[in-house]
Design a protein around this ligand. Structure first.
Ligand SMILES: *Cc1c(COP(=O)(O)O)cnc(C)c1O
Length: 387
């Protein structure tokens, strides 16, 4: 008889339960405190969280908002971005990055990504910027760099280009809170960084939430005003068009329970990425390592040879109880909602071959801080069995 029984514990693509079990008492206590206080909107927990976020990221200011999408929108509103403005962003990202400029009446200009990092390609960015300038139809106003899957984008290149061209650099760090580049945490790169606290992110609440991080006191004040209907210092004084973009006190209280775990959880994610890399290197393309960059490993994605191999690996994983995900099945310029706008944005826009190719071959594996080594082995074996 075999000494070891097979490991059949379920594996989640993400998993919020293991963490909750560790801090459930504290969460119950803090939620009860908010219920007792009755301060459900802009309660003291929001201020406390903003301090903790700013300290963790090493920036001067954090402003809690209602979601990552609203964080992006408030940052764009603060720059006065709207009709006639071009906002450059990668074609290979979550829809929210492109949706925000469109909602504000601005035009997203999709940029191709680097085939190794999957992040915005600074050379293609420069090329499309020159085309927009030559065409003279749109004003180049901002670049949204995305730290896709947790890996920092090429911020030195994005910052230099934005500084030279008078554009605003906005970091969509929704998948990457905790990541570092050249010893500086994400949050400190660009003019501002947008965080999402959607439950599956590296720091997640139990609903929707987000934050803006910045070193500028002036911008932080503007963000606070914009998240509260453009309110001035006096209540009911309206200085500008804003929105209802506040973070709930209960979500802030939950995030305060989770903040003390974050450093260890990031270390776990790095350790798990290492287990995967040891087992999958040479079989599939694993996430690239960049000198000076520490990924937050928000999502762990491998690249297969082609769509057929990806389909086989998905099947093999499914048969072995290993969930997988595809982030993302379509590049944004092929999405029905954005296709026509992409075609209208720039005459003779060059193709976006890397973004298109990645969508056919990318595959995401289970990644959360509470996976153990035997589970990581099961995942890797399921992948290899499908090749
Ligand atoms: C999750 C995510 C967002 C949006 O965050 P929400 O909190 O869901 O609004 C924006 N950009 C990227 C890259 C994301 O992954």
């Amino acid at each position: 008889m075999s000494q070891t029984t097979p490991d059949t514990r379920p594996i989640g693509l993400f998993d919020m339960r293991a963490q909750q079990a560790l801090i459930r008492g504290e969460i119950d206590r803090r939620i009860a405190h908010v219920l007792d206080s009755g301060r459900f909107v802009q309660g003291p927990e929001v201020d406390e969280l903003e301090r903790a976020l700013a300290d963790f990221a090493g920036v001067a200011h954090a402003v809690g908002v209602s979601s990552g999408t609203d964080a992006l929108q408030i940052a764009m509103m603060a720059e006065g971005i709207g009709r006639g403005d071009a906002v450059f962003l990668p074609a290979f990202t979550y829809t929210a990055t492109a949706e925000v400029p469109l909602v504000l009446g601005a035009t997203p200009v999709f940029v191709d990504v680097d085939p190794k990092t999957y992040n915005i390609d600074p050379n293609d960015l420069r090329r499309r910027l020159e085309m927009v300038k030559a065409e003279g139809k749109l004003r180049p106003r901002a670049v949204i760099g995305v730290d896709l899957f947790g890996l920092p984008a090429d911020w030195p290149a994005i910052e230099a280009l934005c500084a030279a061209e008078g554009m605003f650099a906005l970091d969509d760090a929704a998948q990457a809170f905790g990541g570092r580049l050249n010893n500086r945490r994400l949050g400190g790169w660009g003019g501002a960084a947008a965080l999402s606290f959607y439950p599956t992110k590296t720091l997640g609440c139990y609903g929707d939430g987000g934050a803006l991080l910045t070193d500028s006191a002036e911008k932080a004040d503007l963000y606070r005003s914009l998240r509260t209907h453009g309110e001035g210092k006096a209540r009911y004084e309206v200085l500008r068009t804003g929105m209802n973009g506040r973070l709930d006190t209960i979500q802030a209280a939950i995030l305060l329970c989770k903040m003390p775990l974050l450093e260890d959880e990031l270390a776990s994610r790095t350790r798990i990425a290492g287990w995967y890399a040891d087992r999958l290197r040479g079989h599939v393309q694993i996430p690239v390592e960049i000198a000076g960059a520490e990924s937050a490993h928000g999502i762990y994605s491998i690249l297969l040879k082609d769509a057929a191999q990806r389909a086989r690996v998905q099947e093999s994983c499914k048969a072995r109880g290993v969930p997988t995900g595809i982030y993302y099945p379509l590049p944004l310029h092929h999405q029905p909602a954005y296709r026509d706008r992409h075609a209208a944005a720039l005459r003779d826009a060059p193709p976006l071959p890397v973004s298109e190719d990645l969508c056919t071959r990318i595959l995401s594996l289970p990644m959360h801080p509470y996976l153990d080594e035997s589970q990581a082995s099961r995942v890797a074996e399921a992948v290899i069995a499908g090749l």
